[in-house]
Design a protein around this ligand. Structure first.
Ligand SMILES: Cc1ncc(COP(=O)(O)O)c(C=O)c1O
Length: 400
């Protein structure tokens, strides 16, 4: 045990037990190494972090600056400014044709804040929450944070790397509190179909639990129609964010839509743990829904689509296996087992040898992580061409 973490007088461990279950985000360590390499003057092509390379669109930036100039620098209501909650409701109306009472929309510090609020309000200590493996790594840790038990269910090619009703039913126990689905998924980019999500919801209802759907990549789909789980039922919790499609990662802003009966508890908790989300970010985000801004976001979506269509065949040509074409997000989760037996060592070795940064499967769970790496196409096609050439050279020369 780390001596620094001991209480001098009592000799007791000063760091709470829950931290034993909270694992680091390995990609951040890889990013640190990538930055060290860059500091020596070598070039690194970044395909590891899930962050759009575009800076925030000008209308949002203008909105944020105007808010600062107008003195909107204090706390806001915990659930967010009315203008933004109404603008989000308007977005659901125009994009999906559904009416959501803005009261059910709670603005949060990123969707990370939304996940924290929902799980805190739903999960008692010892209760289980079902998640997909591979999945977004922090989800498991959020369940741990509220002393819940994450039940990571392996998903694979057969189920399009998504949970389905059979898997949820098979893992449902007397202690299950709910299910978290992310669609499109990180790291696989795959979508759960609406009929399948409806079936999952029925299983959850039968078990007396709650369904939470993370729609953070909802705006980023390519050549398919997307839907919102709110179209299935107003009893589903939905999470979304300004980070990815709206390109505002550093502004730290997201939202959730809760069933009516939970709104007051969520608001009460938000008042306590966040007080409010950033005021200038909220005013900026109101502008995200303006036609001028949506036009910019649409152009960016098209750019991501072109990138996916470049990178997918290029990686397949190098020997990576990506059997399903992912419909959304900006990730390719590639099976590299024909190229290496250890994706973690592979990712580090590739970074050292050729300056290409990718994320090893280990970050996304324990479902055969050594076979997978994740590529984020959050960089331009020219740079990706260079990355592909470097990987080809690495594969020819490296002794693996
Ligand atoms: C599936 C998923 N959910 C939630 C988040 C958290 O994002 P944020 O807090 O920036 O909204 C991420 C970030 O990568 C993600 O991939």
């Amino acid at each position: 045990m780390n001596k620094d973490a001991m209480n001098e007088e009592t000799g007791m461990n000063a760091i709470a037990d829950r931290m034993k279950h909270i694992v680091p985000f390995y990609v951040m360590e890889l990013l640190t190494r990538a930055k060290e390499i860059e500091a020596t003057g070598r070039s690194v092509i970044h395909m590891e972090v899930g962050e759009p390379d575009f800076v925030t669109a000008a209308p949002i930036v203008q909105g944020g600056k105007a808010a600062l100039d107008a003195g909107h620098t204090g706390y806001t209501p915990a659930a967010g400014i009315v203008q933004l909650r109404e603008a989000i409701a308007g977005y659901y109306r125009t994009r999906f044709g559904i009416d959501i009472d803005p009261r059910r929309i709670v603005v949060t510090p990123g969707s990370s804040g939304a996940l924290q609020l929902i799980l805190s309000v739903l999960v008692n200590p010892g209760q289980e929450f079902i998640l997909a493996d591979p999945g977004y790594p922090c989800n498991k840790n959020f369940v741990e944070l509220v002393s819940g038990v994450p039940v990571a269910v392996p998903v694979n090619l057969e189920n399009n790397y998504q949970l389905n009703a059979d898997l949820v039913a098979a893992h449902w126990s007397g202690r299950t509190r709910g299910v978290l689905v992310a669609s499109p998924s990180n790291p696989t980019g795959t979508i759960i179909s609406k009929p399948e999500l409806e079936k999952v919801f029925q299983v959850v209802l039968k078990g007396g639990g709650n369904l939470v759907v993370d729609e953070i990549y909802q705006g980023l789909v390519y050549g398919v129609d997307n839907y919102t789980a709110l179209d299935i039922s107003d009893q589903i919790f939905v999470i979304n964010s300004f980070s990815k499609y709206f390109g505002m990662t550093g502004w730290r802003l997201g939202w959730l839509v809760a069933p009516e009966a939970y709104v007051d508890s969520i608001d009460c908790l938000a008042q306590n743990i966040f007080l409010s989300s950033s005021a200038p970010a909220q005013y900026g985000a109101v502008e995200a829904f303006s036609p001028a801004c949506l036009k910019i976001l649409e152009e960016r979506r098209q750019a991501f689509w072109q990138r996916r269509d470049f990178l997918l065949p290029a990686l397949r040509g190098l020997g990576f296996e990506i059997p399903v074409v992912p419909d959304g997000a900006f990730y390719l989760y590639a099976d590299c087992s024909r190229l290496t037996r250890d994706s973690f060592a592979f990712a580090y070795d590739l970074l050292e040898a050729e300056g290409v940064a990718i994320t090893p499967g280990r970050d996304f769970g324990s479902n055969k992580p050594e076979r997978y790496v994740r590529f984020a196409y959050t960089t331009g096609i020219e740079k990706m061409k260079e990355a592909v050439a470097r990987i080809a050279r690495y594969l020819e020369t490296a002794d693996r």
